[in-house]
Write a protein that binds this ligand. Structure first.
Ligand code: FES
Ligand code: FES
Length: 181
């Protein structure tokens, strides 16, 4: 099959990249194979496990399902950049995952972290539409599979950070995306 290549420009973790890629290259493979950002994991490669979750323009997405060439000029955040663009610091979610021991093998963890960061961003943008109860978090992150069964602690960690976020926004109306039992 003949290769067709095009140039694509992406901001990844605050850094600008210009590459020429085969049109068949997924965003996941671009991150891992072309940029060396191997924190994002390949599990199923078919959109079914969530291991490859990253933030694309702030929204969570399965990078194995996205063609890199179709994402010219987008901003991508991977687990390497969650702590802050261009810093080595940990995101509060990463600290909470450590505190709660919310992983075993860790293979799903980068995807879980990016998915949780996206979920909390969704809650901040539209509190009334986001259910941050245990079941709500589990449902919202149901696309991120954990073969080790760390789900209860993952939910605990996400709730910890959601509660911190709420403490920073005390003037919200009751029931608008707050953490509830
Ligand atoms: S590797 Fe992308 S969803 Fe499984
Ligand atoms: S911690 Fe092993 S797959 Fe989730």
């Amino acid at each position: 099959m003949q290769e067709t290549r095009s140039s694509v420009g992406l901001h990844v973790n605050g850094r600008r990249y210009e590459l020429e890629v085969d049109h068949r290259v997924t965003l996941l493979d671009l991150l891992r194979e072309h940029l060396g950002l191997t924190g994002t994991k390949k599990g199923c490669d078919h959109g079914q496990c969530g291991a490859c979750t990253v933030l694309v323009d702030g929204r969570r997405a399965n990078s194995c399902l996205l063609l890199a060439v179709a994402h010219d000029r987008t901003r991508v955040t991977t687990v390497e950049g969650l702590g802050g663009e261009g810093t080595d610091g940990l995101h509060p979610l990463q600290e909470a995952f450590i505190e709660r021991d919310a992983f075993q093998c860790g293979y799903c963890t980068p995807g879980q972290l990016c998915s949780a960061a996206g979920l909390l961003a969704e809650a901040a943008a539209d509190p009334g539409a986001t259910d941050l109860s245990r079941s709500g978090i589990a449902e919202a992150m149901s696309g991120n599979l954990c073969r080790c069964g760390a789900y209860p602690r993952i939910v605990d960690a996400v709730r910890d950070v959601a509660a911190l976020s709420q403490a920073d926004a005390p003037d919200r109306a009751p029931g608008d995306g707050r953490v509830v039992a």
